[in-house]
Design a protein around this ligand. Sequence first.
Ligand code: CA
Length: 229
Amino acid sequence: MTKILIIEDEVELVKVLRSYLEQSGYQVIEALRGDKGLVLWEQHKPDLVILDLNLPGMDGLDVARHIRQKSDTPILMLTARVEETDQIVGLEIGADDYVTKPFSPKVVVARVRALLRRAAGERSKGQVMRVADLEIDIEAHAVRRSDQEIELSPTEFNLLVVMASQPGRVFSRLQLLEASQGVAYEGYERTIDAHIKNLRAKLEKDPKNPQYIETVFGVGYRFTRTSES
Ligand code: CA
């Protein structure tokens, strides 16, 4: 369940926000002081923080700074006046968005949703590699082209990831053997040729005229540097 921490000293406001957020399916934790909020943040590692600027204990700017030193947890700032908003933007403390009071709780819920979606998008970005017109999903061990799945064996997949991570770099057969299988025995380098041949057969539109994996004669292979597609 998605956890949201509200750090806000206006009890009535917390009540309203809590009720709206819970109706939207979020779990809510609350703190009425800045320092207490930071402790709860450490304990619960919420998915998002709604943070008031003027707080007893520790002000919102300091709370935000502390959180930012340790993580990218999305922060939605609540500010009482437009001048405060200028302050937040000017200081670039790392708040992801802000809402100026008085606000409609529906607006806050909408902003929360948008921030969580954005955060989820950023998390999954690192796991998917896009080279040429290929999409290589490292987590799922899957390769796609125009939404079509290309089935690869684990060795073929590893070879592709190794080469596609550094387009244009030439890899020797021994390097590819080691990178794709974790070990390299001299004399077995030629087995790479068989794997490359299979990889091309699955990947290339015309395996005889490879577009992704180029042969560098006398040396090895490289993933094409240009992404013509
Ligand atoms: Ca306040």
